[in-house]
Ligand binder design. Sequence first.
Ligand SMILES: [Zn+2]
Length: 75
Amino acid sequence: MKGILDAATVAISCPGCRHKTEKTLGWLQANNEMTCPRCDFVFGLADDELQTRIAGADKILGSLHRKIRSFGKKR
Ligand SMILES: [Zn+2]
């Protein structure tokens, strides 16, 4: 299960140019900041706005979890 969560991706919006970059949760846990590939803007990954973005991933993970459970029932 841990591997599935680490591979789940969230889209991080660059504060500078709004470019969205998909990162895995595993990558986010291992890094404190990221560089926008579009404008080279370096921003921290601990600000409140980003926490909100990551929190949004909970919904994705929740639906993923339900899929896994329903998948298990069908089998
Ligand atoms: Zn940018």
